[in-house]
Each structure stands twice: as structure tokens, then as C-alpha cells.
Design a protein around this ligand. Structure first.
Ligand SMILES: *Cc1c(COP(=O)(O)O)cnc(C)c1O
Length: 378
């Protein structure tokens, strides 16, 4: 198995388990102004990202140093003009982070807070947009990694476009793992990062943007290092050159990850694998007595939240340690008002891994009294 030299499988939403070949791609040093890197690697990646996102003309891409949040902040800070106003569809920690960025950058905004287990209602959205004509931009998270909820993207985009607003999508944990055409949907700015469904390593994010809108963003940025327009201009005018030191090894690993996505059969094939992982996981977990936080119709193939067992003998840390000792790292919950844990299925993780995980979980259910205790297992 490609990941067999890893000490354990990361069932987390990024960084995630990468293939050995992706990690090996980092074993060379690259010069940031040489054509081998700029033209050969960066420009090629930029084109591939646009091709993965849409069959429509008129889109371009920008890569940005930092974790995914830096690309969200670069987009909000560079795209929304001083006289603009942002509507934030907030139904989880990442939606809340968008509102936090808007607050910190002094961007006028309406934080439409829906709690963490409800989806936006599009007639309500249409009403909010009609009521406040000052709103120019709408931002939403596609897959809310907080819970694993997949937001109703086509309906939301249709409503936003009907109202004539600019649509900004945080597709951090979904791009590359869920098929979509951003041109069909009318998405103007899509943000994602290297270490999620493309299955690269952390270090940079990227934005796929409607070229005509990005062209209008000159001089708008509220930050120097996170100026999306300047970064884009530098890449456009200098064959893929980044303004400041680029994460060369990470970028090279990402190029390899994109090749492997293609070899797998593209986004549709990857989506099928993630979907099989998720459905196998949920069926197996329910058989073991676990309950999902969300109704199944709200699930994404990316990550799933489970209620913690009600038994007073259950303790997340002991459960986590037991699974880790068996080669699986899971994720704590992030929902504010429910006791949960999360299991992701993105990365170099296959249905056979999920089967082994389910066996490891069964062997770790010390609180039921029916299995060995942690001490006995060790
Ligand atoms: C991972 C993620 C981010 C970015 O997180 P970073 O820790 O900054 O990489 C943003 N939004 C969503 C939905 C995510 O899953």
C-alpha cells in the first residue's frame, strides 16, 4: 500500500494521508526564478486548477502562501471594495471564520448565523438580499468541515446570481473531491488549499477567479502579503513567479498530487472513492451503535460527525489513543453544543482502510464492557 511507510493513517480533514510518491516529490530543491519551476511547475498547476474547476472560459487561478485561511483572507480583503458589503452564510466554524475575517478587516458585512446543524433556506436568502441592496458579495462554505455538512450549493448560487451578487465559495474541503463546474454555477471566486482533496501537503492555498472581476481588484487589498491581485499580476506577467518566497517543495508535491488525481480517473473517480469510504463508515458505525450528528441527507463524502457514546465510561482521549495504537488517527468534535468526534475519509484512504478502522473501533469500545480494556490491549 502506498501509505504503508506512514506510522498511522490520518482520518482528519487535512493535513491528510498522502501517497509516498507525493512525499518523494519534495526530495529536490528548486530555484524560484528558473523556468523549470515557474513555467514547468507553477504555470502548469495554475492551468490544471482552472481546468478542474470549469469548462467555461474567463477563469484564472492564483496560488497564495499560507494555510487555507490565508487564501480566504486574501480573497475577502482584495475583492470586496470599500463601498461593498458582504453577506456571510454562517453555519459552522468556517463560516464563522469568514465573518471574523470581515470583522477584522473592517469589511461591512451581515453575519447570517444559522447555528451548526441547519442549512440556509434560499427563500430567506433571497429575502435578505432584496432587503439590503448594499450587499454586493455573498460568501459560503461548501462542505462545512465543522460537522461534515454539504451546503446546497446549486440553489444558493442560483439565488445569489438572480440577485446579481458576487459569489465567493470556501470550497477548501470539497474542491477536487466533489464534482462541480463553477462556471455553470456562477461562482466568481472559489478558494481551496493544497492539503485537502487534491491530496497534497500543507503550505499554500489557491483561488480560482473570474478574470474580469479579479482585474477590477487593483489597489483594493487591505494587506500587502495577502494582496490577491498583486500576486496574480506577478504570476501572469512573470510566467508563474510568486511575489515572495514560494513554498517550492510543497508546490512540487502538489504537482505530483494533481498527476495522481488524473491517474485515479479525475474528480468523479475520487468522489466515488470518498463516497464509498463515507457510506462504509456510517453503515459500520451504526452497526456498532454510534449515531450521526446530522441527518444523512446533509452528509458530505468528506468527513462525518458522530455523537460521543453516552456511557460515563467513555472518554475521547482513551478512545483516540487506542485507535492511534492500531494505526488510525481520528479528529475531535468541533460543534459547540454537542459532544461529538469526527472521522474524515479524504486523503490516500481506501474502503479497505475503513473496514480495518471499523474493526479497530470495535476493539476500542472499552466503555461497553464487552471488549478488552485499553490496558489489556497494550
Ligand atoms: C481546512 C479548511 C479551511 C482552512 O483551514 P486552514 O487551517 O487555514 O488550512 C477553511 N475552510 C474549510 C471549510 C476548511 O475545511
Amino acid at each position: 500500500m502506498a501509505n504503508s511507510d506512514n506510522q498511522y493513517l490520518l482520518l482528519t480533514p487535512g493535513p491528510l494521508t498522502t501517497t509516498q510518491s507525493v512525499r518523494e516529490a519534495m526530495l529536490k530543491d528548486w530555484c524560484t526564478w528558473d523556468d523549470d519551476y515557474n513555467v514547468g511547475v507553477v504555470q502548469h498547476i495554475r492551468q490544471q486548477l482552472v481546468a478542474l474547476a470549469t469548462a467555461h472560459d474567463g477563469y484564472t487561478s492564483v496560488l497564495m502562501q499560507g494555510s487555507g485561511t490565508a487564501s480566504v483572507e486574501a480573497t475577502l480583503g482584495s475583492v470586496i471594495p470599500a463601498e461593498g458589503k458582504l453577506l456571510v452564510i454562517n453555519n459552522g466554524a468556517y463560516g464563522a471564520r469568514i465573518a471574523q475575517i470581515a470583522r477584522c478587516l473592517n469589511i461591512p458585512h451581515l453575519n447570517w448565523s444559522l447555528g451548526e446543524v441547519a442549512q440556509p433556506d434560499v427563500s430567506e436568502l433571497a429575502r435578505l438580499l432584496a432587503e439590503d441592496p448594499a450587499i454586493t458579495h455573498v460568501a459560503m462554505v461548501h462542505c462545512e468541515t465543522t460537522t461534515g455538512m454539504l451546503n446546497p450549493l446549486p440553489a444558493v448560487c442560483e439565488t445569489v446570481k438572480a440577485a446579481g451578487k458576487v459569489m465567493i465559495l470556501d470550497a477548501m474541503s470539497s474542491f477536487g473531491g466533489i464534482p462541480m463546474d463553477i462556471g455553470d454555477l456562477g461562482i466568481d471566486f472559489l478558494i481551496s488549499s493544497a492539503n485537502k482533496c487534491i491530496q497534497g501537503v500543507p503550505g499554500f492555498g489557491f483561488v480560482i477567479a473570474r478574470r474580469s472581476l479579479l482585474e477590477a481588484c487593483r489597489g483594493r487589498a487591505r494587506s500587502v502579503s495577502l494582496d490577491l491581485y498583486d500576486q496574480w499580476q506577478c504570476m501572469e506577467n512573470n510566467h508563474g513567479k510568486w511575489r515572495f518566497t514560494s513554498p517550492t517543495h510543497t508546490v512540487r508535491a502538489f504537482a505530483q498530487a494533481l498527476t495522481e488525481l488524473e491517474q485515479e480517473g479525475g474528480i468523479e473517480a475520487r468522489f466515488q472513492r470518498y463516497q464509498t469510504n463515507q457510506k462504509t463508515l456510517v453503515a459500520g458505525m451504526e452497526k456498532l451503535g454510534f449515531q450521526c450528528l446530522l441527518a444523512k441527507t446533509l452528509h458530505s463524502p468528506i468527513i462525518t460527525s458522530f455523537y460521543s457514546p453516552a456511557s460515563p465510561a467513555y472518554e475521547f482521549k482513551a478512545f483516540y489513543d487506542s485507535l492511534k495504537a492500531q494505526g488510525f488517527v481520528i479528529y475531535p468534535g468541533k460543534v459547540s453544543d454537542a459532544d461529538c468526534f469526527r472521522i474524515g475519509n479524504i486523503g490516500d484512504v481506501h474502503p479497505g482502510d475503513i473496514q480495518r478502522l471499523l474493526e479497530a473501533i470495535q476493539a476500542s469500545m472499552f466503555w461497553t464492557g464487552e471488549t478488552a480494556t485499553i490496558g489489556e490491549q497494550a
